[in-house]
Design a protein around this ligand. Structure first.
Ligand SMILES: NC(=O)C1=CN([C@@H]2O[C@H](COP(=O)(O)OP(=O)(O)OC[C@H]3O[C@@H](n4cnc5c(N)ncnc54)[C@H](OP(=O)(O)O)[C@@H]3O)[C@@H](O)[C@H]2O)C=CC1
Ligand SMILES: CC(C)CCC[C@@H](C)[C@H]1CC=C2C3=C(CC[C@@]21C)[C@@]1(C)CC[C@H](O)C(C)(C)[C@@H]1CC3
Length: 605
């Protein structure tokens, strides 16, 4: 019987939820059953139970959070009201009980429910919305306290069947108070996206036109003899030359081939972060197999004399076909999101405005059975497609420049970006905690970003080099290699430090790290690279990005498009993340900002 590597370990002391309640007690993990995905744990009084991972918390996190747990309610309105309530009561039984433990004292029960839950909300409130929640919280607390006080007198808690249980009656009373205290409008506004990003509705409408236009202009400029900005605007091609049914067929086949690889039953299955419903989705981790199999397929095609430089020669048509595919996908995603349940919507893409929600993405994790469309698109067809495009550019360069071997510049660009993509798929699991998966819905922004923007604009350096060669001296190659190495080390170390810490904060290997506890139970890292700047992974990524452009020389700005865009993207992303972290962690985040003053670049920004 093996324990999942990233979860609780045999012998570990953790806090386990008592079935049917929101109460947590200290338990010791005895074993884990991979088939049922249940942990067998033992309580201090000797009771053995089987618990789901979702019903267990690490002891450190538990103490800071006061044992707060997510609720899974029976209806969306109920769910909304509960999740905002400090006196929230959960009546969910997710565990299989073998035997009941000794009765906990009513006093213990009552204290856990009321006081610690209200406090984090208070600490974290720094906007209007949170203040409203706090007002409501205190109203609920007052009433709840009265009911609890009444129940303290003479009520003994035992584990009899629900209907006869006085504790259940108490729970029911508290829930009624929560539901009654929250007025209807309050209930309805919860879950709606209050603050619009990307310039709101107008900004979203603009981006839907702007992103495809920029992609066109970049590609047209890049294939000009003189790709200088002075030669702007580029000559527009005839409309009918942009469509090729054969090319569209290749794009569609590539998408299906990647979908097939995604569905291969190889690799482990992991759980994502808990959703608003409390549910955790399962994801299969087999991205690296997809890279290997895609490379093998490419190798076979190459040795079967398939002319892969065809992609370069029909690059605009490939881009147009991918735009059509991503647009069709975006419309499908929006239409299906109209039928999604409330708990399945994206916190960031639920404004009620069609254009905005279409752009950001209305549904958080659209799935066809267990096929997760967002997770698939983020890492597979576009990202691996980018590497195939780069390889095609390398072959096209050899053909066009009549070379026996690719140029040094082309080899560096291909090698660097291959490393980046392979690294992303090697650490595939880490994407489950990114903003894109956790917060943003799946709509036009990510569908276009994943399927068009990434493969067609991130490969601009290789596309540029085909017709604009740049000779590199060996010392300069060494400098570029050193920049890439530094950037990659910072990027990898930062992401690994954070992932290791988030996965298992109590790992003895991490005992030396300095942290700031937060009211949510999670802590913030303040040592290592996370003590240097607040986003060291962005810093590494930007350094790496510059190493991808330098092989193209300094004659034109076009191959530097990626690094310029990327800096803007990450500055904007950092601001979005900062806002979300301040909401999540309140004063603990302010303390982190006090201790770590710079956002991305030490001493500068
Ligand atoms: N090539 C490309 O086009 C792009 C690349 N990227 C790269 O993707 C990677 C992931 O980016 P992204 O998801 O934006 O950001 P991060 O991986 O930095 O994730 C941000 C989250 O990390 C947690 N966090 C922040 N500070 C700390 C801390 N001190 N200690 C512990 N946890 C902390 C918070 O979440 P919580 O506390 O809830 O865990 C926060 O919301 C980056 O390397 C980035 O460069 C991103 C966008 C585009
Ligand atoms: C152009 C639009 C306004 C925005 C589009 C943004 C998307 C292109 C990016 C949003 C986050 C991304 C990530 C990666 C690729 C680009 C997009 C989709 C990523 C998969 C690249 C490889 C990295 O190692 C990563 C950390 C896995 C990245 C995750 C975020």
């Amino acid at each position: 019987m093996t324990m999942p590597s990233n979860r609780f370990q045999k012998g570990e002391a953790v806090m386990g939820r008592w079935p049917g309640s929101s109460l947590y007690y200290e338990v010791k993990v005895l074993s884990y059953d991979t088939d049922t995905q249940l942990y067998t744990v033992i309580y201090k009084d000797g009771t053995e139970l089987e618990l789901k991972g979702a019903d267990m918390k690490r002891a450190t996190g538990f103490r800071q959070s006061g044992g707060r747990s997510r609720s899974r309610s029976r209806s969306p309105s109920r769910r909304r009201s509960r999740s905002r309530s400090p006196a929230r009561v959960t009546r969910r039984s997710t565990s299989r009980t073998k035997e009941a433990p000794k009765e906990p004292k009513p006093k213990d029960v009552l204290e856990v429910r009321v006081s610690p839950l209200a406090k984090p909300v208070e600490n974290n409130s720094n906007n209007k919305h949170d203040k409203e929640v706090n007002d409501t919280s205190s109203r609920v607390s007052e009433k709840a306290e009265a009911v609890l006080e009444k129940n303290r007198v003479g009520t003994r808690y035992n584990l009899r069947p629900r209907k006869e249980d006085p504790m259940d009656q108490l729970i029911e009373d508290l829930q009624k108070i929560v539901d009654e205290t929250l007025s209807e409008p309050e209930k309805q506004t919860v879950g709606k996206t209050a603050e619009l990003e990307f310039g709101g509705k107008l900004g979203a409408a603009f981006m839907i036109v702007f992103l495809p236009a920029v992609t066109f202009v970049l590609l047209l400029m890049c294939q000009q003899k003189d790709p200088s900005l002075l030669d702007f605007p580029p000559v527009l091609p005839e409309l009918d030359t942009l469509w090729d049914a054969g090319v569209f067929g290749i794009v569609a086949l590539w998408f299906l081939f990647q979908a097939l690889l995604y569905m291969l039953p190889v690799g482990k299955v992991v759980e994502g972060l808990p959703l608003a419903t409390g549910k955790r989705l399962k994801y299969r981790i087999n991205g690296f197999y997809a890279v290997i199999l895609s490379a093998a397929a490419l190798g076979v095609a190459y040795y079967q004399d398939v002319d892969l430089s065809y992609i370069h020669d029909h690059f605009m048509q490939f881009a147009v076909s991918s735009m059509i595919l991503s647009s069709v996908l975006s419309v499908y995603l929006y239409v299906r999101s109209r039928w999604a349940r409330e708990g399945e919507l994206a916190p960031g893409g639920n404004s009620g405005n069609v254009i905005y929600d279409f752009y950001i993405g209305h549904e958080l994790n659209p799935r066809i059975k267990s096929f997760d469309l967002k997770y698939f698109c983020e890492l597979r067809p576009g990202l691996i497609g980018w590497i195939v495009i780069n390889f095609s550019m390398l072959l096209a360069e050899m053909k066009f420049q009549k070379l026996d071997t690719p140029s040094l510049a082309m080899m560096l660009v291909n090698g660097f970006q291959l490393l980046y993509v392979a690294d992303a798929l090697w650490h595939e699991e880490a994407i489950l905690t990114t903003m894109d998966i956790v917060h943003d819905g799946f709509g036009f922004m990510l569908a276009f970003g994943d399927l068009v923007w990434v493969p067609f604009t991130y490969s601009l350096q290789a596309f540029y080099l085909v017709k604009h060669p740049n000779a590199l001296s060996w010392p300069w190659v060494a400098v570029i290699l050193a920049i890439k190495l530094i950037g990659y080390s910072v990027f990898r170390k930062a992401n690994s430090e954070k992932n290791a810490f988030r996965r298992n904060p109590t790992d003895p290997k991490l005992s030396h790290v300095r942290t700031i506890p937060t009211a949510t139970g999670k802590s913030l890292l303040v040592s290592g690279l996370w003590g240097l700047v607040r986003h060291p992974n962005y810093l590494g990524d930007i350094i790496m990005a510059s190493a991808w452009s330098l092989p193209c020389g300094f004659t034109h700005i076009l191959p530097y498009f990626y690094v310029i865009y990327f800096i803007c993207l990450l500055i904007h992303r950092e601001a979005r993340d900062e806002k979300q972290c301040r909401k999540k962690y309140g004063s603990a985040w302010d303390e982190y900002c006090r201790q770590v003053r710079y956002r991305i670049i030490p001493g500068v920004y």
